[in-house]
Design a protein around this ligand. Structure first.
Ligand SMILES: NC(=O)c1ccc[n+]([C@@H]2O[C@H](COP(=O)([O-])OP(=O)(O)OC[C@H]3O[C@@H](n4cnc5c(N)ncnc54)[C@H](O)[C@@H]3O)[C@@H](O)[C@H]2O)c1
Length: 394
């Protein structure tokens, strides 16, 4: 089975590449280093240096004998996307420099993934809109023209739904109106321009599925935490990139880093903002189980990819408790919320579909969090306090 990972250098992309490679799949990754380059441009520190994608593929090969083919290319360029289907791929690193044929499954992570980034100013808003929508549209047309059977697994976000005052279903909602019934995409109302692009992705994919009988899984993922996976444990150089700043760091990763370096945990406003979360290892499982059970042609299958929900206050409480048990003097500080969002709200999403296809959830226990503290501690000297909070306003 051949898997192509769009955005294979990213926080989720690289662990996914190792995961499938280790399970005997032929894996190709493509990335344009947008994430790394924007981190450099905005001067946000990463917890530890990460070798380039090509270096990581070489290390992986040296240690396991397995090949992850690497393409450095920009997927907003239609010809780069189309080369994966019709040939002419330019590999930046591969043992065998030959076209592997049309992928059986494509995992689409290649997007600008930060809400604050998309609201820094009009320039970053345009970059987010242009990048995310062009990559998805290029993918849809490549599938239409060359590969209508290839299964695409796209990672969307729970942020598409916002925080409605009703239960959040898995992607779809049956509505009865004036005595008639129909099924529609669940109403969506994002609270950032990044999240708005993910809504638009879903619309683009739903259009393509209706018109061209494609098969697509759209995973509405919550914020992910963690950095170690089974495969990265063989060598620290294989650990995925880890941001702890306000722009690219996800909340659990940020709170742990703040606790380790003695920076008060930044709770925005009242802290009642509730979201669904998952461990990075569960992202891998969810993608794998989706790959093993593809939807039928002409189906846009949507799962809510979270394992449990927490409010910001609850996460701060856990980080505080675990940090103190490890000897850290952790303080929690409520600050004026730079975002426009409900600070207290109803939140009751359904998240059963992935469990039904075989995912076995890991939860954010004190032990799991303590394990993350131990990794962050090793790199404490690298943590820059000045990048933790800048207050990007909505
Ligand atoms: N990390 C999370 O907590 C989380 C939560 C919900 C959804 N998601 C979604 O999952 C996906 C992956 O997220 P991530 O955290 O790994 O982000 P990431 O930024 O680390 O990974 C995305 C990768 O795609 C690459 N990329 C972006 N545009 C590209 C282009 N035009 N051509 C080639 N490569 C391109 C980037 O360089 C980056 O390496 C994103 O779509 C994101 O929206 C992530």
């Amino acid at each position: 089975m051949h898997i192509l990972i769009l955005g294979g250098d990213g926080y989720l992309g690289w662990p996914t590449a190792m995961y499938f490679s280790n399970r005997g799949y032929d894996v190709t990754v493509v990335d344009n280093y947008m994430r790394r380059n924007t981190c450099t441009e905005l001067d946000v520190g990463m917890l530890y240096p990460v070798p380039t994608l090509i270096e990581r593929a070489k290390i992986w090969h040296e240690l396991t004998g397995k090949e992850i083919k690497v393409v450095i290319g920009d997927l907003t360029q239609p010809e780069v996307m189309r080369s994966f289907f019709k040939g002419g791929v330019e590999y930046s690193w591969a043992i065998e420099n030959s076209f592997t044929g049309i992928p059986d499954t494509m995992i689409h992570y290649a997007e600008q993934p930060s809400a604050p980034f998309s609201l820094i100013n009009y320039k970053y808003a345009n970059l987010t809109l242009g990048n995310n929508l062009l990559v998805t549209n290029n993918l849809m047309f490549a599938l239409k023209d060359f590969a209508r059977d290839t299964h695409v697994i796209h990672v969307g976000t729970m942020g598409e739904y916002g925080t409605p005052n009703i239960d959040i279903e898995e992607g779809w909602l049956e509505i009865e109106h004036k005595g008639r019934k129909d099924k529609f995409l669940f109403p969506r109302q994002a609270s950032s321009l990044y999240h708005t692009t993910k809504i638009m992705d879903t619309d683009l994919m739903w259009f393509a599925v209706r018109m061209w009988d494609l098969r697509i899984t759209d995973l509405m993922q919550g914020p992910v935490y963690g950095m170690e996976t089974e495969d990265s444990k063989i060598d620290d150089r294989l650990m995925t990139l880890f941001n702890y700043d306000e722009i690219f760091g996800t909340i659990v990763n940020r709170f742990i880093t703040q606790a380790v370096v003695g920076y008060p945990l930044t709770v925005y406003g009242k802290g009642g903002q509730t979201r669904g979360y998952l461990n990075i290892n569960d992202t891998l499982q969810c993608v794998h189980m989706s790959e093993k059970t593809p939807p039928k042609k002409g189906e846009l299958r949507i799962f809510n990819q979270i394992m449990e929900t927490f409010s910001v206050n609850q996460l701060a409480e856990i980080a505080c408790r675990v940090g103190k048990s490890l000897g850290y003097d952790v303080e929690v500080k409520s600050i004026v919320n730079p975002r426009r969002e409900a600070e207290e709200h109803y939140y009751n999403p359904v998240y059963q579909g992935l469990i039904d296809i075989g995912v076995n959830p890991h939860y954010l226990t004190d032990d799991v969090m303590a394990g993350m503290f131990k990794v962050v501690e090793r790199y404490k000297a690298n943590i820059r306090k000045d990048v933790i909070f800048r207050g990007i306003k909505w």
